[in-house]
Design a protein around this ligand. Sequence first.
Ligand code: NAD
Length: 299
Amino acid sequence: MSEANIIDGKAFAAGLRERVGKAVTRLKADHGLTPGLAVVLVGENPASEVYVRNKARQTAEAGMQSFEHKLSLETTQAELLALVDKLNKDPAVHGILVQLPLPDQIAEQAVIDALDPAKDVDGFHVINVGRLSTGTTGANAPMVPCTPLGCIMLLKDRLGNLSGLNAVVIGRSNIVGKPMAQLLIKESCTVTIAHSRTRDLPAVARGADILIAAVGRPQMIKADWIKPGAAVIDVGINRVAGEGGKSRIVGDVDTAGAKAVAGAITPVPGGVGPMTIACLLANTVTAACRQAGIEPPDL
Ligand code: NAD
């Protein structure tokens, strides 16, 4: 990516993974602490399998311990909860990630509720959601969901101080939209959350100095929805038909048009996507430090 206004998430994520690796080396040398991440996959969803494989590889590359648990599609909720309980109690495991979606016989909320909030590196447990919304800091600071954490890191790296800027988040999911809005409030932005029922969405979007697209609709956001000079963060990952019968991945933003108007924009792929796993590794280091009573490194 050579254009000046393209935000290179791939390069930023590589730098973050390197900082995580160095922090892990120091934790081992100074405290005899090796952070460990357990990833649980239920069933055989091809997309989830790719994510889980990448997570395990990058965890090991950062010098951390990776524990993979692949369970059959027929796994009962009781069996999964028993595994979560075991991982909660395992001192070698500092972070637990249960890959979503789960098969129909398992209630996702029951599994999230069962996680030890201190090991909830996805930041989905209600304790972490509450701590994020109340702005808790220090030893009880929340684990922050990885994708919005990655977005805020890219924004601060590009824009510096976000204070006073108008931010519009399109999407209100618990995984992306809502935590994203909380993080932007924490940075003193004026935040609007737009969603499927928002009236005149293009006009709302045009008010944004920071526009976050987390919708899941291929290239819905067009160039004329964007305020000239705005920073655009495209969280969308949409598979569409490509040339020669192959499929390709596009974001929620029509990047080709939008990059002529935006001051800065994340590409898809190579923008927010690589940040998510890098932030998962960073969260695992943070979780391990807090559990060991050590001040987490500034990553
Ligand atoms: P979701 O389906 O849970 O939420 C989508 C949101 O978009 C909803 O709140 C809905 O109100 C809103 N929406 C839907 N249609 C709309 C419309 N026409 N106009 C305005 N708003 C509309 O999805 P999610 O989990 O938040 O994910 C959003 C996108 O981000 C998806 O493409 C997903 O694949 C992607 N994603 C990427 C990463 C990553 O690592 N880059 C991580 C998580 C999700």
